[in-house]
Design a protein around this ligand. Sequence first.
Ligand code: TYD
Ligand code: MG
Length: 458
Amino acid sequence: MAKARTYYFCQECGYQSSSWLGRCPECGKFGTFAEEVVKAATQPAAAKAAKTGDSMPKKIQDVAYSETRRIPTHCTEFDRVLGGGIVPGSLLLLGGEPGIGKSTLLLQTALSIHDRRLLYVSGEESEQQIKMRADRLSPEGMPTVQELYVVSETVTQRIFEHIDAVKPDLLIVDSIQTISTDDLDSPAGSVSQIRQCTTEFQHFAKTTGVPVLLIGHITKDGTLAGPKVMEHIVDAVLQFEGDRNYGYRILRALKNRFGSTSEIGIFEMQGNGLREVPNPSEFLLSQRDETLSGAAVAATLEGARPMFIEVQSLVSSAVYGTPQRNANGFDMRRLSMLLAILEKRCGFKLGAKDVFLNIAGGLRVNDPAIDLAVACAVLSSNVDISIPPRYCFAAELGLSGEVRPVSRVEQRIAEADRLGFEKIFISKYNARSLDTRRFNIEIVAVSLIEEAFRALFA
Ligand code: TYD
Ligand code: MG
């Protein structure tokens, strides 16, 4: 038995030191060191590598692999984000706020994979609780072919015994923060435990070819809890996000060694689990009232997918001295900037008005192409003239009121066409290189915000 030793770990980045330090030399944070007891002297990596002498350099042409070996999750949205299924031997990390639906997503995925043997290890819930959730997710009952094993366990040594007994084709661990190894004395969830356990699962995945899906918690500021090194160890980091008050959930890949990070998956949380949303635009636009002022549709892109979103604005006279500004799903500073542009260019009286902005559906949009729709929604509410419901907008605004081009404009126009819009407002610079005959929709190219204002409300 190796002697127990005490080390100090930076809880922020995982830097290890034999003495306490006030400031981490790795990440520069202050006061992040915590004492952790390490029991077994871990074998140096070089010695381990020397033992497994079965690796052999090959010519790249001779390396064989097969795309078909990916395990499909039978969930189009999930597969899309993964790049076509789970790659054998990969280690995936799914992060997200508590209660967003991580356990639901993975259990639901596990239930839909019938042709493989799966092991679902939970450190958070008992087997009965997992069963209760599973019953909720498949109200019509589980098929008899289901080979999903569940166990409530938190120690890796025990988990690997279960793996030996079950021999699963896919392992799910909920969550890495609750798992610990007997080799370390520090509590589950500490940096050294997370790092050690992740490394053990990675070693297991790489040596056996069995993919491992880990669930990870995220901290208050939205980053994954645990050392940054964990993100380097795993092959893919997926993030599950959404507003808990709304049903929509978005699955994004922050890192993916086997696919693109620009794909997203969209789900809706319902009483019996997550439902896929294959056509988000149709879904988000279906609740529109046709005649109200203050609404404009933005042709945005989320990753590589077009998403048409309704921007709602309410402008009213400020009752108190300081006008109110409020934005849901949109950056406040960007809103202030857009309002300042409107004051300068379109006679909008900034100081005398309260402005409220809402992105329908509780979504958060980062695509700058939403600018023009936001500006037009504010102007529409200000003059109290509605924008025809079949108009949409895709352009960024510059500080001097110029309407700037956006990326992939053809894809946005094609989607607008498909959804039956009559007019799309874009930047003149985007229109130059465009073959407008390809589309049925009328394309309105503007170079300044005043032009859009006149075209809509004059
Ligand atoms: P959960 O998967 O437990 O979240 P996480 O693992 O990310 O912490 O999901 C929690 C929420 O989802 C919970 O508040 C209830 C809701 N939910 C539904 O609305 N419908 C369902 O079918 C299920 C299983 C959960
Ligand atoms: Mg959970």
